[in-house]
Design a protein. Structure first.
Length: 233
């Protein structure tokens, strides 16, 4: 009887690890595409990017609107378990890579590299915590989302105040928020797998991959601002 229990547990763990692998395959594709597009834009197509920026904001606005539309479409398609979810997500990753390249122009290569490596390390640590902790993190996630709305409101107000101190503080708080959400989203992968008895469709894979991708990008951007401010000082 005990032997049967051990065998079942091993099968469940194998299936769970496979599910994690599928989700992180989507995350890796998204981050890889965004990184590649950003790198090519600020190097090979740097002159074209500057020309585009000098040409006015209309095209940039169109790209940003398309980017927002793609992320909502990817999320909606994932909820319907549609095969279009993954192409939508990858399209969003490409457009996001382009808009990220505009941000990266404001920082040195060393600062960008430091922020990226720091993001990868923090992401890995918080992912492991989320995968292994026995504590239910859903309550923490609700508090973090509430705090995120506070950061968004403060950031909008700071557009008019133009306070570098407030901006720096918001970046630090955002790093804490997204670090916690990374842990929660990884725990949620396990929870969904267990609640569905392992019968999880591709829609769940893309949905969770999208969420972790957004966590990674937001963590990276806030660390980039922090390191950028510290280097200027």
């Amino acid at each position: 009887m005990n032997n049967d229990s051990v065998i079942i547990n091993q099968v469940d763990n194998t299936a769970l690890n496979r599910f994690f692998g599928r989700v992180y395959g989507v995350v890796a594709m998204g981050i890889g595409l965004s990184a590649l597009v950003s790198f090519l834009t600020v190097t090979v197509f740097r002159d074209a990017l500057f020309a585009l920026m000098r040409g006015g904001s209309m095209l940039m606005m169109i790209i940003m609107i398309a980017q927002i539309a793609l992320v909502f479409a990817a999320s909606a398609m994932a909820a319907k378990n549609s095969p279009l979810a993954l192409p939508m997500f990858l399209g969003y990753s490409v457009t996001n890579g382009f808009t990220l390249s505009v941000v990266l122009l404001a920082y040195t290569g060393e600062t960008v590299a430091l922020a990226f490596v720091s993001t990868a390390l923090m992401f890995a640590v918080m992912a492991i915590i989320g995968m292994t902790t026995k504590k239910n993190l859903s309550g923490m996630a609700q508090a973090l989302r509430a705090a995120l709305w506070g950061v968004i409101i403060a950031s909008v107000v700071n557009i008019f105040l133009r306070s570098s101190g407030i901006s720096f503080a918001m970046s630090i708080i955002s790093v804490l928020i997204f670090s916690g959400l990374i842990a929660y989203d990884n725990q949620r992968i396990r929870t969904v797998f267990e609640q569905t008895g392992g019968n999880v469709g591709q829609g769940w894979v893309v949905s969770m991959g999208l969420q972790l991708y957004l966590d990674f990008i937001n963590l990276f951007l806030n660390l980039l601002r922090i390191f950028g401010n510290l280097n200027r000082d």
